[in-house]
Design a protein around this ligand. Structure first.
Ligand code: EPU
Length: 433
């Protein structure tokens, strides 16, 4: 079910006429619903007996891709003007379509509800942004702790638990977002109590968990590293609408863009408390901002920014998804800043392109780069390597001199809704071709 406004795939490049370091962006820019929130409630709809209604749905390709998978396994998905309606079927197919599942990492989240509800699931290794190895060993080990048996052939993993999953005491070796969400969902329909230790604490997980609780799940410890779930029956939405939370990564990226090229930009429909780690760095660097509960305003600063060092970390630490935009910020700050990407071994590769634009960046190893600034950037022909680096290229192209062309816009469209229209509204000279 493609979205009405899904960008045509042949319009797959952005062209930006760089502002040459001028601070002229002005006005309000609104934040969309978070991709990493909606994908999880879409998967969780398989835990429900009735319809889950979702609002503030972002118009992004990953939602289209997950919708396709859900429809292929038998879930009825309806889109209305305001809501995306997900109808859980009585009997979904439990084999995920190979092509669809390989398109996005979040397809693996479906394994939790499917295995728990129907006693089996088959799926290929999930795809998604190419930012590192992204194994699924924690998922498999957790399901095994809950009594599932895993077999693997050339194409698929198959998990089976014909008499249902059993509650278990599970320690995650890494506070994985996806594993926390998936096992949390599985545990809501398992027999007995599940304890998740070293669970991830991202706001999207909390948002999902509170909705599941409202729908009948027994979950304690939400937002802490120890989550306790007492398994029970299918959940009931009872017409409670799930409002997708604002995308904190989009809000943070807009804030970085505004700090680099803004006169006065107000980022609306956001929750600044979700990007405290970014705001703490802004304070150290000298970014002038004002916030209230739902907006963040960035003002032009006369003096150059001071460089800072960053280390990506699970929430509430500095998000890996903001690392690339922040690296662009550091190319314009005075001094040296070390960027330590702790999560993904492939998530600094894009810095080669930023060096081609004129940045002074030294890579020590796949996890660490040193940035010396400020350096003027020059527009280039680029290809978005993934979603978050793609938006960082838009930021780099905006502050550079000359024209930048960013190909493979489809990577950016995976997670950012009508991005060029919203950016144009505050003065970014960007067009899609
Ligand atoms: N990991 C394992 N084994 C596993 C699971 C994870 O080794 O079984 C590793 C990963 O390889 C990674 C680390 O654990 O090094 C953390 O990964 P996590 O599982 O937390 O990430 P994820 O659930 O796959 C989500 C977001 C990512 C975001 C990360 C970290 C979604 C759909 N994706 O991924 O978002 O970077 O959490 O915050 O929620 C993006 O939106 O561009 C994106 C990549």
């Amino acid at each position: 079910m493609p979205h009405k406004n899904t960008p045509a795939i042949n319009e797959d490049s952005f062209v930006i006429k760089g502002l040459e370091g001028r601070h002229i962006l002005e006005g309000d820019i609104s934040v969309s619903g978070a991709k990493n929130d909606i994908l999880k409630i879409m998967a969780a709809s398989l835990l429900f007996e009735d319809t889950v209604q979702i609002e503030n749905v972002p118009n992004v390709l990953d939602v289209t891709a997950l919708t396709d998978i859900l429809e292929k396994i038998g879930v009825k998905v309806e889109r209305t003007e305001k809501h995306l309606l997900l109808l859980s079927p009585k009997h979904a197919h439990t084999t995920l379509p190979k092509d669809g599942a390989k398109k996005l990492r979040a397809s693996v989240i479906l394994t939790g509800p499917l295995l728990s509800r129907y006693g089996s699931v088959s799926f290929p290794h999930p795809g998604g942004c190419v930012i590192g190895a992204r194994p699924i060993d924690i998922f498999i080990q957790s399901f095994e702790c809950m009594g599932a048996v895993c077999t693997r052939d050339d194409t698929n993993y198959t998990l089976s638990a014909p008499s249902g999953l059993q509650g278990a005491d599970i320690f995650f070796p890494i506070a994985s977002v996806g594993a926390t969400e998936t096992i949390l969902m599985a545990a809501t329909l398992a027999k007995g109590t599940t304890i998740l230790r070293n669970a991830a604490m991202e706001p999207e997980i909390q948002h999902l968990a509170y909705y599941l609780i409202k729908s009948g799940a027994d979950i304690q410890g939400v937002g802490t590293p120890t989550i306790i779930i007492k398994g029970g029956d299918l959940l009931h939405a009872n017409e409670n609408i799930y409002t997708v939370m604002p995308d904190r990564i989009e809000a943070g990226s807009f804030a970085i863009l505004a700090a680099l090229a803004g006169k006065k930009v107000r980022i609306t429909n956001c929750n600044p408390s979700h990007i405290r780690s970014l705001l703490a760095l802004f304070e150290k660097s000298g970014v002038v901002y004002k916030k209230d509960a739902t907006s963040l305003t960035i003002y032009k600063r006369q003096k150059p920014y001071k460089s800072v060092s960053i280390r990506t970390h699970e929430y509430p630490g500095f998000s890996t998804d903001l690392q690339a935009p922040m690296t662009i910020f550091l190319t314009q700050a005075e001094g040296e800043g070390l960027v330590f990407e702790t999560l993904y071994e492939g998530r600094l590769r894009y810095t080669d392109d930023i060096v081609r634009m004129g940045a002074d960046i030294t890579m020590f190893d796949p996890h660490r780069v040193l940035i010396r600034g400020p350096k003027k950037l020059i527009g280039r022909e680029l290809e978005a390597p993934d979603l978050r680096a793609g938006l960082a290229y838009i930021i780099a192209g905006t502050i550079a001199s000359g024209t930048s062309t960013i190909r493979a816009a489809r990577h950016i469209d995976r997670g950012y809704s009508n991005i060029e229209k919203r950016l144009r509204k505050i003065g970014v000279p960007i067009t899609r071709i």
